[in-house]
Design a protein. Sequence first.
Length: 256
Amino acid sequence: MSDYKEKFEKMRVAGKLASKTLDMLTDYIKPGVSTDRIDKVAYEFIKDNGGYSAPLFYRGFEKSLCTSLNHVVCHGIPSERILEDGDAVNVDITAVVDNYYGDTSRMYEIGNVSVKAKNLIEATYDSLMRAVKILKPGKKLGDIGYEIQSYVESKGYAVVRDFCGHGISNVFHEPPNILHYGSKNTGKELTPGMTFTIEPMINYGKFDTKVLNDGWTAVTKDKSLSAQFEHTVGITEDSYEIFTESGKGYTRPPYN
C-alpha cells in the first residue's frame, strides 16, 4: 500500500480540483454564454485554487479546457460560439496540482434538449459507471472495453475507436491506453497502484470520426450526436477509487 499511498493522495487533490471546477461551472453553462467565457472562468478558478490547467499550451492547444458540442466527439476548442437552447456540450477539465493530474469531463444539457440527446447522455454515463464498478486487481483492460461496448451497442449506439482513455499520474498521458471496446479477459492485468482515465465517447450514429482543419476538433463523420463522461480512477488492494467524483453529488444532468 505504501508504494502508491503518496501518489494517491496527490491524485485526490488534483482530481478534487478538477471536479470542483466542473461543479462551479454548472451555473455558467446555460443559454447565452459563450464557450470562451466558460474557458476563462475555469482558468481563473483553477489558478485561484492552487493549480493550473493542463490543456493550456499542451501541444499548441490555446485554451484551458475542451468544450465539445453536439456532434463534436472530443477536443472542441472554446470560442465565441454561444450556447443555445437544445445544445448538449461536454466540458473536459484537467487540473494539475503539485505536478499531479486530475482529468474529468461531464455532459451538460443546455435548456431543453431532445429526448434523443438525453437518452444518449444517460447511456454514456451508465456505460462509464458500469466499467468503473468492475475495477479491481486481476481484472483486465479488455474487461473495461467489453463492459462499455456491450452495454451501449445493446442500445443501438456506437463506441468511438479513434480516441481512448489513458494512464495518468504526474504525467498527463502515459501507458496504458484504455480502450472503450474489447473482449473479456484480454489485455493488461489491473494491479494495485495503477491510475488511469476511463472516458467513453459514444455516438448516436456510426463510430467513425474525423479531425477538422484546426488539428484538434474531432467530429462524427455522419454528424450524429456524440456524448462523453470521464473519471480518473485508481486501483486499490481490492477495489478502486474515483479521484474525480463531484463534491456536490453531481453525476449526470440535470445538475441541481
